[in-house]
Design a protein around this ligand. Structure first.
Ligand code: 5AD
Length: 358
């Protein structure tokens, strides 16, 4: 784990030779800890309804320009079956914080995926926003394996500014992450890089927070301004203290995350690829990432899941994405992960708790 001084120096590094050395180090730590396998997760965007008003996100409730959709149970099952056809071991069910996704309704969908012989072997990851402990427990009982909830930034003041609470009572994502872990989920979190008002110190805090939490999965991408959001309409310029929301800063964060959490599953994200559709996914894999999340959402819905504009995966069909990817991964000497691709840290934690129980 690099020291605070080291983290800050890496974040501000611009010398090409030293950057390449840094990249190789992170790549080496990745290879020794999670190997050359690249795990593929089929991403299914099941609803773009949202009750929240996060100041950066295109799905925010106040964005009246957006046509809203919610997939039916049958559509979700078909999506999960598509993930299996492509050979993916995981389906990720993602949505805005949609109040019409009820505890019972979602539990029924999870049980249906679990009991259908086509999809029963899939790992099920949920990414449905801030939900109550009871709901999270019910979904875990129904057969969900993993949950993704980014804390977005470890700067509390900045977090509150861009992320108004739903009611007077503020929810604490850190507490929810602890609840998820207690419920036995494999837990994922992450941050955005280059949020207006964020500092290099904040990014260093994010890395130290990852080191402390040791999440099983960590997703990070550049903040991308959306013109239909309050934050997207504010003009900001990166400066001495403000890190850029660019590819290089995101790569540095990926590499530092790998050094802080050697065994975590770290995706090369769509937000990163949106900055450079030609090869950013691939460079993410060379800077510490070991997971790709191909989008299996039907194209008519996918176009409406506009968290930020020009999402790199919004044009390609799932087939195109899949074919390009298999070629790119194998061309760089990496292998395709077979099976569920559970996180090594989660497996170790589960084994340890079983030993204690016995
Ligand atoms: N730019 C980049 N990432 C965003 N997210 C939401 N809005 C944006 C944006 N404008 C990210 C958040 C969220 C994840 C699903 O998408 O980090 O947790």
């Amino acid at each position: 784990m690099p020291s605070r001084t080291d983290i800050l120096a890496r974040l501000r590094e611009n010398d090409p030779a030293r950057l390449e050395e840094f990249r190789k180090h992170a790549d080496d730590v990745r290879r020794r800890n999670v190997g050359d396998d690249v795990h593929l997760r089929g991403l299914l965007e099941i609803s773009n309804h949202c009750r929240r008003s996060c100041r950066y996100c295109g799905l925010r409730a106040d964005n009246t320009d957006l046509t809203r959709y919610r997939m039916t149970k049958e559509e979700i099952l078909a999506g999960a079956a598509r993930a299996v056809q492509f050979g993916y071991g995981t389906v990720v069910l993602q949505s805005g914080e949609d109040p019409h996704i009820t505890a019972d309704g979602m539990a029924e969908v999870i049980r249906a995926i679990r009991s259908d012989e086509r999809t029963s072997s899939l790992a099920i990851t949920l990414s449905l926003g801030e939900r109550s402990e009871d709901e999270l427990a019910q979904w875990r009982d129904a057969g969900a394996d993993r949950y993704l909830l980014r804390f977005e930034t470890s700067n509390r003041r900045l977090y509150r500014k861009i992320h108004p609470p739903r009611s007077a009572e503020a929810t604490d994502r850190m507490e929810l992450l602890a609840v998820l872990r207690r419920l036995g989920y494999e837990v994922g979190t992450g941050v955005m890089v280059g949020i207006p008002g964020q500092t290099f110190d904040d990014l260093a805090d994010d890395i130290e927070t990852f080191a402390r939490l040791q999440p099983d999965m960590i997703g990070l991408g550049p903040y991308l301004p959306h013109p239909e959001t309050p934050l997207g309409r504010e003009a900001t310029t990166p400066g001495e203290e403000q890190p850029a929301n660019d590819e290089l800063t995101t790569r540095k964060m990926l590499a530092l995350t790998r050094l802080a959490c050697p065994k975590a599953n770290i995706p090369s994200t769509t937000a990163l690829a949106t900055l450079n559709p030609a090869d950013a996914y691939q460079t993410g894999l060379q800077w510490g990432a070991n997971v790709i999340m191909p989008n299996v959402t039907p194209p008519n819905y996918r176009a409406l899941y506009e968290i930020y504009p020009h999402k790199s995966d919004s044009q390609e069909s799932a087939e195109e994405f899949h074919d390009t990817w298999i070629r790119r991964i194998t061309a760089t000497g990496r292998t395709i992960g077979i099976g569920r691709g559970d996180s090594p840290s989660y497996i170790r934690r589960t084994l340890m708790s079983t030993e204690v129980v016995q």
